[in-house]
Design a protein around this ligand. Structure first.
Ligand SMILES: Nc1nc2c(ncn2[C@@H]2O[C@H](COP(=O)(O)OP(=O)(O)OP(=O)(O)O)[C@@H](O)[C@H]2O)c(=O)[nH]1
Ligand SMILES: [Mg+2]
Length: 682
């Protein structure tokens, strides 16, 4: 529980840093840590030595690929920041984090292309009910005015973006900011605290106008303020601060601060706003519906450290926790805490206990997963959040280069899947492949790099096999005789079968029209077994579907006939009969639903026929202003890398869902290619 200092509740807070890709989140965290003294100085992201993005995978791709935690201290208050990746492929990292945070700092920039990405994040925060501050970064290179930029970004937010600061410019370059609530100017100094100054005379008119517009927005939720504005009475500063705080906490507005993370400018104002306005753990506990009066722990991330120890980075929503404490999972199982740590990027420092509001890593909770809720209450409490990864959009099949690594690889994949709940793993029976699926090419590339790098397992990867089938176009009748005389017992089976195509989706049907017992009942069964066995691999090399086989005639021998002999006869008949039935390859066709920002819809529609798809229609995406949904059918073989093209057409934000629709005949060059590839794999 927090204490009150100067009328304000203080206590450990947890703040997620989110925003579109490359907006400067990692840079901002670095600036915050430098400003609060957690690190001696700010490193540029290009140096590869920031507190966040320390993994070789993040460095290799110059982007964040996982959530990083860093706890620091600002004016006696403990703040844990979580730097979340901006790429949509790693967006799921933020979900368990955001749920248990008090506040999100959304880092944005004046870039029209990134508006849909910003919108995705804002909606996520709306859904979770997380209050937010928008940090408009990179004002050093901004050409447009801040107010125009906010007008441009506003469609991404369901609540008003409330400008709290305007820039001070000199010769077109931003040299500081004016805080509209404090009515003070701050002149930037690189990597140091800004200098407080009077508002420059030239800026006074702009300041008053921007301030009035801020007050007008606040007055929408405050009748008293509205009256004051109408009567041209200057509202007291305290009342403005209270409104700013209340509206932010209620999620009624998104205050906007400006700065240049790269030079540490605007960071102190941001920290002060966080200190002053961020909700505390009590508010977050209530938002999540966590019970009071007991220890409640929400797991935000799972890490397997290089030294083999598992860490469950968690938020204490209420109560306290001592090392070696026993906690209950929602299913009643127990987990014993072995080590409590404060995090600063990859570094941990040991603690003896934790209290409500703390964000700490808990050691060796072997049976605990990301997103779970733990509690001190016997038998556990119900989960506070339900983590549901979206449907994967990209997959690859893999195996270790060396057979000896098989067991090691599957253990490593299990660990990776535990660290990343958006990764899914399945074994494809058809092709005997291990298939990993995830949220994009980069997502899976990073998984592969982790296997090869951290785990030292060289991997062979390829696109997963498409489950082709084959069927027939014509009917045929065929006799099959299996007869062998070798010493004592002979083998004898003789059948006549009729093979017929069935409508698509019927599968396989077997019947007999045997009369007079020319083939005895038990051997009819053997014929069916033989036929079914044959159908596992048809003349084109794939499982056969949509055929009917009727056993119409045959003969048997009282001594030499057997189950095996009739199976053999049936297979012989099938083998010869099928080639006369004009076999044809079938490929799976999916129904796809693509969601895209509307301005890219025509591009998306154009690429569907290029992938042998058929457009079924497109429409406005329900409840998503500025987005469309395009429906189409498309062969599964063409969907494998569809996401790459969708993302590149939409600055990374389009996505799709696919579900099996039907099987369709495939002939010509593509069929030959599929058969050749299958022949090689077999
Ligand atoms: N001009 C300017 N560039 C900046 C500023 N802040 C960050 N950058 C640059 O923006 C690029 C991306 O910065 P990052 O901090 O890695 O961005 P990010 O949001 O963490 O990126 P992801 O985590 O990959 O989404 C880098 O080249 C930074 O140098 C800034 O204030 N001004
Ligand atoms: Mg980053």
């Amino acid at each position: 529980m927090g204490t009150r200092a100067g009328g304000r509740r203080t206590g450990p807070k947890c703040i997620a840093i989110v925003g579109p890709f490359a907006s400067g989140k990692t840079t901002l965290l670095e600036a915050i840590l430098a400003r609060t003294g957690a690190i001696p100085r700010q490193s540029p992201v290009s140096s590869g030595s920031t507190v966040s993005d320390h993994s070789p995978e993040a460095r290799a791709h110059a982007m964040s690929v996982e959530a990083t935690f860093a706890t620091t201290d600002f004016m006696g208050e403990q703040l844990t920041f979580v730097d979340c990746p901006g790429s949509i492929e790693f967006a799921f990292e933020a979900e368990p984090v955001l749920a248990a945070c008090d506040l999100a700092v959304v880092v944005a920039e004046a870039d029209e292309k990134k508006i849909p990405a910003l919108q995705l994040i804002m909606r996520k925060l709306d859904d979770l009910g997380v209050p937010r501050i928008l940090f408009l970064n990179k004002v050093d290179k901004a050409i447009a005015g801040v107010r125009d930029t906010l007008k441009m970004l506003q469609p991404a937010s369901s609540v008003p973006l409330l400008l709290r600061q305007i820039p001070v410019r000199k010769d077109g370059v931003v040299i500081g900011s004016i805080d509209l609530a404090l009515e003070r100017a701050y002149i930037y100094r690189e990597y140091a605290e800004s200098e407080v100054a009077d508002i420059p005379g030239d800026d006074k008119a702009r300041e008053l106008e921007a301030r009035f517009s801020m007050l007008e927005t606040l007055a929408d939720h405050d009748d008293h303020l509205m009256e004051q504005l109408l009567e041209e009475i200057e509202p007291p500063k305290d009342a403005i601060f209270d409104d700013l705080s209340a509206d932010l906490r209620a999620g009624a507005v998104t205050p906007v601060l400006i700065g240049t993370a790269e030079k540490g400018n605007g960071v102190l104002r941001l920290l002060k706003a966080i200190r002053h306005d961020a909700p505390d753990i009590e508010a977050t506990r209530k938002r999540l519906g966590a019970p009071d009066g007991q220890t409640v722990v929400q797991v935000m991330k799972t890490i397997h450290t290089a030294h083999g120890g598992k860490l469950s980075v968690s938020r204490l929503l209420s109560g306290q926790l001592a090392d070696a404490a026993e906690l209950f999972l929602s299913n009643g199982d127990t987990a014993k805490v072995s080590g409590i740590y404060s995090m600063l990027g990859k570094d941990q420092s040991k603690l003896t206990s934790a209290k409500a509001g703390d964000t700490v890593a808990l050691g060796k909770l072997d049976n605990v997963k990301t997103g779970q809720t733990l509690s001190s209450a016997k038998g556990g409490i119900r989960p506070l959040i339900a983590l549901e990864p979206p449907q994967p959009v990209f997959a690859f099949a893999l195996r270790p280069k060396e057979r000896k690594d098989e067991v090691k690889m599957s253990a490593a994949i299990q660990r990776l899947a535990e660290e990343d709940p958006s990764l899914s793993l399945r074994h494809n029976q058809d092709s005997a492949e291990t298939v990993l699926s995830g949220h994009g090419e980069m997502h899976l590339r990073v998984v592969r790099e982790r296997l090869e790098g951290k785990n030292q397992i060289p991997i062979e990867g390829h696109a997963p096999a498409v489950p082709y089938r084959e069927t027939i176009r014509k009917s045929a009748q065929q006799r099959g005789r299996h007869k062998k005389q070798s010493g004592g017992h002979g083998q004898f089976g003789d059948v006549v079968i009729e093979i017929k195509p069935l409508p698509r989706g019927s599968g396989f049907q077997f019947s007999d029209t045997i009369t007079g017992g020319v083939v005895p009942k038990t051997y009819i069964q053997s014929v069916e077994t033989g036929v079914r066995d044959y159908l596992k691999t048809g003349p084109l090399g794939f499982p056969v579907v949509d055929v009917a086989v009727n056993l119409s005639d045959g003969s048997y021998h009282a001594v030499d006939s057997s189950d095996m002999a009739f199976q053999m006869a049936a297979k012989l008949a099938m083998k010869e009969g099928m080639t006369a039935c004009s076999p044809v390859l079938l490929e799976p066709v999916m129904k796809v639903e693509i969601v895209t920002p509307s301005d890219a819809t025509s591009k998306i529609i154009a690429l569907i026929p290029q992938r042998r798809g058929q457009i079924l229609g497109y429409d406005a995406r329900p409840d998503w202003p500025g987005w469309d949904v395009v429906e189409a059918t498309m062969p599964q073989a063409e969907i494998g890398d569809l996401i790459i093209e969708l993302r590149s057409a939409t600055a990374g934000v389009a996505s799709y869902k696919a579900a099996f629709d039907h099987m369709a005949e495939l002939t010509g060059r593509l069929a030959d290619e599929a058969m050749n590839a299958n022949g090689k794999a077999a």
